[in-house]
Ligand binder design. Structure first.
Ligand code: 5GP
Length: 195
């Protein structure tokens, strides 16, 4: 059996306010063979948000990128568009995507071997506190919480693993365990003799 040379794709899924972004950043700090894709969005930058958090674009530019097949996946989320450019990870790197549910479904349709990890908050109160700390308006916050409940339910139906983010290092450790187990499985498969 031959094994694809495509990089492994790890999708980090989870409702807003779960700490996905922090966990994703930490994952690439501690795993040198993991590459974090930078998404495009039509959302305006939040106050204090780093300029490189996304490629911030207008609708026209986003649409043009859809038309030239530039996205692996894209979705609308609470009125804004978000998309993962077709990944160009450096050789030998696996790909980390921090995206929402509709995008994860598209990735799975194209790459059924992708690993989906659902990151969940320890409680809804912790999630709301995190969203509030980020400066979301109260109206937006209520929408995010409602959307978050839906994302948890639907996320559980498609995720291969669920990790509770009690604390960043614990969550990162668990995700790395999942990733490394998958890498080992791929190596074992690659070393099997061809039939
Ligand atoms: P935020 O506005 O809080 O940065 O992101 C809103 C949601 O969009 C989050 O769930 C985030 O993970 C998701 N997201 C970020 N980038 C992408 C992307 O490229 N594609 C999809 N489908 N979702 C994304």
């Amino acid at each position: 059996m031959s094994v694809s040379a495509d990089p492994l794709i790890l999708v980090l899924l989870g409702p807003g306010g779960t700490g996905k972004g922090t966990v994703a950043q930490r994952l690439i700090e501690v795993d040198n063979a993991l590459w974090l894709s930078r998404s495009w969005t039509t959302r305006a930058p939040r106050e204090g948000e780093p300029a490189d958090a996304y490629v911030f674009v207008n609708h026209e530019d986003f649409q043009a990128h859809i038309e030239r097949d530039g996205f692996l996946e894209w979705a609308e989320f609470l009125g804004n568009l978000y998309g993962t450019p077709v990944p160009e990870a450096p050789s030998g790197h696996d790909v980390l995507l921090e995206i929402e549910l509709e995008g994860a479904l598209q990735v799975l349709a194209k790459r059924p071997d992708a690993v989906v990890v659902l990151l969940t908050p320890p409680s809804e109160a912790a999630q709301v506190a995190r969203l509030r700390g980020r400066g979301d308006s109260e109206e937006h916050l209520a929408m995010r919480v409602a959307k978050g409940r839906e994302e948890l339910d639907r996320g559980r139906a498609i995720a291969h693993h669920e990790v509770v983010n009690h604390e960043v290092e614990q969550a990162v450790g668990e995700v790395l365990g999942i990733l490394n187990a998958r890498r080992q499985a791929r190596l074992r498969l690659a070393s099997q003799p061809e039939e």
